[in-house]
Design a protein around this ligand. Structure first.
Ligand SMILES: Cc1cc2nc3c(=O)[nH]c(=O)nc-3n(C[C@H](O)[C@H](O)[C@H](O)COP(=O)(O)OP(=O)(O)OC[C@H]3O[C@@H](n4cnc5c(N)ncnc54)[C@H](O)[C@@H]3O)c2cc1C
Length: 549
């Protein structure tokens, strides 16, 4: 993955809203941490103050980089005394605008807290500081102890364990290992008044009261600052087998998912089950530099991964599932990687979509949980969103919206070429967990300059090409059409199997509709917890919940 930090920088400098520093805070922070750990000058702060998508972030009062739990606690105490709000930050790869400051807030980066404290061989538990990067730590664990972190996502090179825990990150292996709630045994955290609570345990079982560590899993920095985590880590699978299949319709995908997850399918070797619609594959190929390994573009592409300690069991099971799916006409065709290089190429198609979307232009991102029957296909959320946009936007704005075949094409999951002009809606995600990433992409002239040579004209051969000011207008019109319409549709059609935010969290970008997936009682409980743990509302205020009551 290209470095998230490099990308953030490339998107330009942050807005320069002025803030008034409560007198004496910065010198006090410098005294506590040393001058090199406190940044207050524009350029050096930019990468911390702009989010990965380039949509959120203002100038912080200061960026502080403590190197120990004691230093974190000292910073929090100082801010608490002066009532200055704080935003914790790990790798800054969050996609909901929750990891970057608003004017007048202090940004607390955990990047200097990147040590593994210990690995307990008897219990298979890793204890590591919050700023450890996911990929680096996972590679170390595999190399030194043949264990792995049961979490994998495309931002692994930059995101941190503290950020992963704080967002309850999901990723591609939830289908195998479950979410982070299954692996977090305890956390060490600094509360809003600077109190350090040590919940680090290597015992797999400990029923001595409230399992409070889990309050911090998914709290997005609003209840405390996670400084270290204890994670149960499984043996690293030694072998894996990866396949990609093309399906003609959503019913085929559903039956394939049932097959793969069933007892005659991949069973305990299941490692990942992902899907992309044709528009997402177009996106990965045109903008993400991936190569489509299938002979032609199918309405749906499914990636399956099996992993185990034993090579023959995972590759035999995978071959059996793919062949049976083709015989049963769930899939039309399939390829099974025969080398590590081919495995990487198959994964590149799936993993490059997020970055490809940001390269094409602006976008409206949704990350929802929805029952399989309502994910895609004629009855699904992606088609519903396309139809809704076709009704709401001026004629010709939607890719392929003018095509006579629009209804049948989009009913089958087809989206039209993403290298044409216009808004397109693509769906992909962790189909094994019912997690859909639904994105509306709006091409920008500025981004088009990054197109492969000779393709720029193609991008704007469609009905609409936007100049930057028109793009901003198009973005707000698409946003207004989709939000909160899609989350409401998901809530209405998905029942108890639905959530308007599956794995990216709430941050600020989903504040206006997160409540759709929270009952009245849940909302009240969350507010009571927040008030009890952070009575001055200083930790990531206005994220996850509004601060207005
Ligand atoms: C290309 C790409 C692919 C992605 N794929 C996935 C995916 O498949 N699944 C998924 O779930 N997410 C995905 N994400 C989102 C993101 O990577 C995750 O949310 C990740 O867990 C964030 O970790 P981070 O260290 O970057 O946290 P940050 O972005 O720095 O912070 C995220 C939130 O956690 C808080 N926080 C961070 N560290 C701490 C701490 N130590 N204590 C308290 N609060 C803290 C921040 O205040 C913020 O609210 C993806 C992002 C990108 C860019």
């Amino acid at each position: 993955m290209q470095s998230a930090r490099t990308l953030a920088r490339a998107r330009g400098s942050i807005s320069r809203a002025m803030s008034t520093s409560p007198s004496g805070l910065v010198p006090r922070l410098e005294q506590l941490l040393g001058r090199d750990a406190v940044l207050t000058q524009g350029d050096s702060m930019d990468k911390y103050c702009r989010d990965w998508l380039g949509q959120y972030g203002e100038r912080a009062l200061a960026v502080v980089r403590p190197n120990s739990t004691e230093q974190v606690a000292a910073v929090v105490r100082a801010c608490s005394e002066l009532k200055v709000p704080l935003v914790p930050q790990g790798g800054n790869t969050g996609l909901v605008g929750g990891s970057v400051p608003r004017s007048g807030e202090v940004l607390l980066s955990l990047e200097r807290m990147h040590s593994v404290r210990f690995f307990d061989q008897d219990s298979n538990v890793l204890v590591a500081e919050a700023g450890c990067r996911l990929q680096e730590t996972d590679e170390w664990l595999r190399r030194e102890h043949s264990r792995c972190i049961p979490l994998d996502l495309a931002a692994k090179g930059s995101c941190t364990l503290g950020g992963n825990v704080s967002t309850a990150a999901g990723g591609v292996h939830v289908v195998r290992w479950g979410g982070l709630h299954s692996s977090v045994l305890g956390v060490e955290a600094v509360l809003a008044d600077g109190t350090v609570v040590d919940g680090i345990r290597t015992a797999r079982k400990s029923n001595t009261g409230y399992h409070w560590s889990h309050l911090f899993v998914g709290a997005e920095g609003t209840l405390g600052i996670v400084t270290a985590v204890a994670l149960a880590v499984p043996p690293a699978p030694r072998n894996r087998a990866v396949a990609m299949v093309g399906c003609a319709d959503w019913e085929g995908v559903r039956r394939l998912v049932h097959r793969a997850l069933g007892p005659d399918g991949l069973a305990e070797t299941i490692s990942a089950l992902e899907y992309l619609d044709a528009g997402s594959v177009d996106m990965a190929v045109t903008w993400g530099g991936a190569r489509d390994p299938l002979d032609e573009r199918y309405p749906y592409t499914v990636l399956l991964e099996a992993a185990s300690a034993d090579l023959s069991s995972c590759s035999q099971r995978l071959e059996h599932v793919v062949q049976s799916a083709i015989v049963a006409e769930e899939a039309v065709t399939g390829v099974i990687a025969s080398s590590t290089q081919q495995e990487r190429e198959l994964w590149a198609v799936r993993e490059s979509v997020t970055l490809a979307l940001t390269k094409r232009g602006a976008g409206v991102k949704l990350d929802v949980s929805v029952p399989l029957s309502r994910m895609a296909g004629p009855e699904g959320a992606v088609v519903a969103a396309r139809r809704h946009l076709a009704n709401e936007l001026p004629p010709g704005w939607l890719s392929n919206a003018t095509s006579a075949d629009f209804e049948s094409l989009c009913g089958a999951g087809w989206n039209g070429g993403v290298d044409e002009g216009g808004v397109c809606v693509v769906g992909y995600g962790h189909v094994g967990d019912g997690n859909l990433h639904l994105n509306a992409s709006i091409p920008s002239l500025r981004k088009a300059r990054g197109m492969p040579e000779g393709r720029e004209d193609a991008l704007f051969a469609g009905a609409v090409a936007w100049t930057p000011p028109q793009l901003a207008d198009a973005h707000s019109r698409v946003g207004a059409a989709l939000l909160p319409w899609v989350p409401q549709w998901i809530t209405e059609h998905g029942g108890r199997g639905a959530s308007v935010s599956a794995e990216h969290g709430v941050g600020v970008s989903k504040l206006s509709y997160a409540g759709l997936s929270r009952g009245e009682g849940e909302e009240l409980l969350m507010r009571r917890l927040k008030a009890a743990l952070d009575p001055l509302n200083l930790l990531n205020p206005g994220r996850v919940m509004t601060s207005d009551h």
